[in-house]
Design a protein around this ligand. Structure first.
Ligand SMILES: [Cu+2]
Length: 319
């Protein structure tokens, strides 16, 4: 699935639920809205009536009836309804068939899968793919400040707190791309801290994960080779892992920036900021600060044009 296939805007809406949990939350939201609307209309009707008829008002009756009994009954009913209707939310359990660890960073998301074939970690960024119909457990944490994980079309919102792991179940019942957003102010680029959940048929998902678990493909031509050389010469691997390319000693340590082993296969770069292609990659590498001021990546503005183009082409080729 490419970014083009996904346009114009991937759905980020509680009003378009794409899973049983989001559906339950949606129904609850509509019930609350409907109840509030009925009460609002009723109160406005009473206001109009008192304007029209100027009689005496039985104060005590209205205070006890309208001020205490009515809200007490209505709020209790809505509370009961919310307990009943959210009872069936997928039980949060780290024993679920599939687990994914998500670590929020200022201002992107590290996503960690386990390769079913080898048991090794497969590290990605800003994109979570899930098989349709299978609940997935997300272990959510952060390596710096508090962030919050929210993909409205699929599940509720859960804070990501330093030193803790909070669980959340993602359960998609149809294929699609669902946008999510950090929902807790976390600094200058909080607004550009988005992510995408891609729900795909289980067989496609398994094939995708197998590809993500592989090392980066070797460069297929001289330009891509030059791009890879430039990446190593510039020491980009101090912050970014490219499996099969980075120095072995750096594999577990270079975690300041997203793992780029398969960056070309992701829909967006820089946490949902730009669609992935050679042009945006070149723009980002040359001057990330003009795109995302404060982002924790230095500019490579002095890179020769030829090297920059080669590097962008190589990054795009990492499917
Ligand atoms: Cu944030």
């Amino acid at each position: 699935m490419t970014a083009a296939a996904v346009s114009p805007l991937p759905m980020q809406s509680v009003l378009h639920p794409a899973g049983p949990d989001a559906h339950a939350i949606g129904v609850l939201g509509w019930t609350m809205t409907a109840a509030a609307a009925v009460i609002f209309v009723g109160v406005m009707w009473l206001v109009l009536r008192t304007w029209q008829r100027r009689g005496t008002v039985r104060t005590r009756t209205w205070i006890i009836g309208g001020g205490l009994l009515f809200p007490g009954a209505v709020l209790s009913a809505l509370l009961l309804w919310s307990l009943v209707s959210t009872k069936d939310l997928t039980h949060t359990s780290s024993q679920a068939g599939m687990r994914v660890a998500v670590t929020a960073k200022m201002w992107w998301w590290e996503v960690r899968y386990t390769d079913p074939a080898t048991g090794r970690d497969v590290v990605l960024a800003n994109e979570i793919r899930v098989p349709v119909g299978r609940p997935v457990y997300l272990g959510l944490t952060t390596s710096d400040v508090i962030h919050s994980f929210w993909v409205p079309a699929l599940a509720g919102k859960v804070d990501m707190v330093p030193g803790r792991v909070h669980g959340l179940m993602l359960h998609a019942d149809r294929a699609g791309v669902f946008r999510g957003q950090c929902a807790e102010f976390c600094g200058a680029q909080h607004a550009k801290m988005a992510m995408h959940v891609v729900a795909m048929p289980p067989a496609e998902f398994d094939a995708w994960l197998a590809v993500q678990a592989r090392d980066a493909a070797p460069p297929a031509n001289a330009q891509l080779l030059r791009g890879r050389e430039a990446f190593l010469e510039r020491r980009c691997d101090a912050c970014h892992v490219v499996r099969g390319v980075s120095d072995r000693a750096l594999l577990e340590k270079a975690t300041l920036g997203p793992d780029l082993t398969h960056v070309g296969s992701r829909l967006y770069i820089a946490a949902g900021t730009l669609p992935t292609h050679a042009g945006t990659l070149a723009g980002w590498v040359a001057d990330p600060q003009s795109i995302k001021p404060g982002a924790r990546m230095p500019a490579a503005s002095d890179l020769a044009g030829e090297d920059l183009r080669a590097m962008a082409a190589w990054l795009e080729s990492l499917k």
